[in-house]
Design a protein around this ligand. Structure first.
Ligand code: CUA
Length: 162
């Protein structure tokens, strides 16, 4: 009759394991890790990070940066430079930790910094983020990898790691 007790314990722990696995998967499924905050897509400037003067590269700390971007068909808005021209190339020192924060004013756009781990979707109504450390110098092309309309292929910018 001791075998029955052991079978009960074995079966019980298997059940407990399955419950933990199931609950874990459920929680992950209901909380996509990259959709942390909601935002009004018709008024992104109401959010501090996406005010015109806060777009583009922001230095947080030594070798720590935030890059804010607002996507729209068919452009990535990184703000303007000293001359008032739209920023299309961002220069970041090698070895920097960079948090990219983005949203979109219209449809879903992609945000893929080719050759790095920075790859996310930008969804209307959400702020999406991805953090990477840029350890290799070079010029990286930013591409939209979600089809968003006729100008999709022209939706690019670049990041220069120096
Ligand atoms: Cu934006 Cu494709």
């Amino acid at each position: 009759k001791y075998e029955k007790i052991w079978m009960f314990i074995g079966g019980g722990s298997l059940l407990a394991f399955l419950i933990v696995l199931g609950v874990g998967a459920f929680l992950q499924g209901t909380q996509p890790p990259s959709c942390l905050t909601t935002i009004d897509p018709t008024n992104v400037e109401a959010h501090e990070s996406f005010k015109q003067e806060n777009l583009g590269l922001q230095e947080m700390d030594d070798k720590s940066y935030v890059v804010n971007v607002v996507a729209s068909a068919f452009n990535y808005d990184f703000g303007t430079d000293e001359d008032g021209a739209p920023v299309k190339n961002i220069r970041i020192p090698v070895g920097s930790k960079v948090l990219f924060q983005g949203t979109t004013k219209d449809v879903i756009h992609g945000f893929e910094l080719a050759g790095t781990n920075a790859n996310m979707m930008l969804e209307p109504g959400y702020i999406n983020t991805v953090e990477v450390t840029l350890d290799n110098p070079g010029t990286y092309t930013l591409v939209c990898n979600e089809y968003c309309g006729t100008g999709h292929h022209f939706m690019t910018a670049s990041v220069e790691v120096y």
